[in-house]
Write a protein that binds this ligand. Structure first.
Ligand code: GLA
Length: 376
């Protein structure tokens, strides 16, 4: 069943985290830290190819209430998943059960291994609440990592540079969740503000805030199809891109040229050619989308979203028929453009509407009061 991802109240979430902490640990928390999930307007599967992305923070967050404890260990539990996690601070940190704890283990381990010296939060208890849908491709994992890193930096009394924090969380995801993701999710969760898009150059990590014009709104719709990045398809795409770059003799597909693409095709590497072509053209679409926003060319922006979806479906092969049907339904509901967002194989779609121009009900939802990216 598809449904619009409604905006949620961040203050209420943080209050739930506070109360949950007190109920579980029998004292008041000393701090509450939260971080948002993200959706991506355009620039899909480009981040791990050193390319461009244009994500935004959604009004759904993960909040963690925490307070120091006497011994040097961390205990975390929450309403989001069963079980609790115990992590001794001074021993080796191994992956384990419950699996959601691996995001915390990873962030703790990486914060001990920081180039500028270990961050030592001391022992603490933590209670986690979240309204980022899990398995919907809205980066619930990045929100958990970034919020947990926020707790660690606060308790250690040493604020991290936001880029260092995002990179730490990305390393945690690589090493402890086994997902070779790019930097988009963690940077969006760390740096994106409300009502704005974050243009990121994933090679230099330079980023720029782009305000969405008041005439536009972006609606996030959950397809209801669970997506699981750990299933291997994501890692396979990453490997295919590396292989394509190796064959082209470039550091990453960011550097691939039209001539190079043609050579790939001519040499019979059709699968690698399809993947590489998606990446090269998607990078250009991100830059074109920013130009369209700057020149108020909404039609062009919508078309770019549609082209991105077609490319993800036909060249990158990460969509599903149900997702294609949802995207089609969103266009019929008056969207200027619509596409799958995130890693693929289910998850969410984003649709761009001219404010007030939506004529039909959105698929699966008679009235939309949903999670829109509205201008600041
Ligand atoms: C997942 C990854 C991101 C990015 C997207 C696809 O969300 O975590 O790094 O690669 O897929 O754009």
């Amino acid at each position: 069943m598809t449904r619009v991802v409604e905006a949620a109240d961040a203050a209420a979430l943080e209050e739930r985290a506070r109360r949950g902490f007190t109920a579980r640990f029998g004292r008041e928390p000393s701090l509450v830290v939260s971080a948002p999930g993200r959706a991506n307007l355009i620039g899909e599967h480009t981040d791990y190819n050193d390319g461009f992305v244009l994500p935004f923070a959604i009004a759904r967050r993960t909040a963690i209430a925490a307070a120091p404890r006497e011994d040097r260990s961390v205990e975390a539990a929450g309403a989001l998943a069963p079980g609790s996690v115990q992590i001794p601070l001074d021993g080796a940190i191994e992956r384990g059960e419950p699996r959601w704890g691996d995001y915390l283990r990873g962030v703790l381990a990486e914060s001990r291994a920081l180039p500028g010296g270990a961050l030592d939060p001391g022992g603490f208890d933590a209670w986690i609440e979240s309204d980022v849908p899990v398995g919907a491709g809205l980066s619930s994992s990045a929100a958990l990592e970034v919020a947990f890193a926020g707790v660690i930096e606060a308790l250690a009394g040493r604020p991290l540079d936001p880029l260092d924090k995002a990179a730490l969380c990305q390393r945690a995801e690589h090493a402890y969740a086994g997902v070779p993701c790019g930097i988009m999710d963690q940077m969006a969760s760390t740096l994106a503000g409300e009502g704005e898009l974050l243009l990121i150059d994933c090679r230099s990590l330079e980023h720029e805030r782009i305000v969405l014009p008041a005439q536009l709104e972006i609606v996030v719709v959950d397809s209801g199809l669970p997506h699981d990045l750990g299933e291997g398809e994501f890692a396979r795409r990453v490997a295919e891109c590396r292989e394509a770059a190796r064959k082209l003799g470039v550091a990453s597909l960011r550097d691939a040229t039209p001539d190079g693409l043609e050579q790939l095709r001519a040499s019979g590497e059709t699968l690698l050619w399809r993947r590489a072509r998606h990446v090269v053209e998607e990078n250009q679409r991100v830059l074109d989308a920013v130009a369209a926003i700057r020149t108020n060319d909404w039609r062009r922006l919508g078309d770019l979203l549609d082209e991105s979806h077609a490319s993800l479906r036909d060249l990158y092969e990460v969509s599903r028929p149900e997702m294609d049907a949802l995207v089609h339904g969103l266009r019929r509901a008056g969207a200027l453009g619509a596409r799958m967002t995130g890693g693929g194989f289910g998850g969410c779609a984003v649709a761009l509407f001219e404010r007030g121009r939506r004529t039909l009900a959105l698929p699966g939802q008679p009235k939309n009061t949903g999670n829109r990216l509205s201008p600041a």
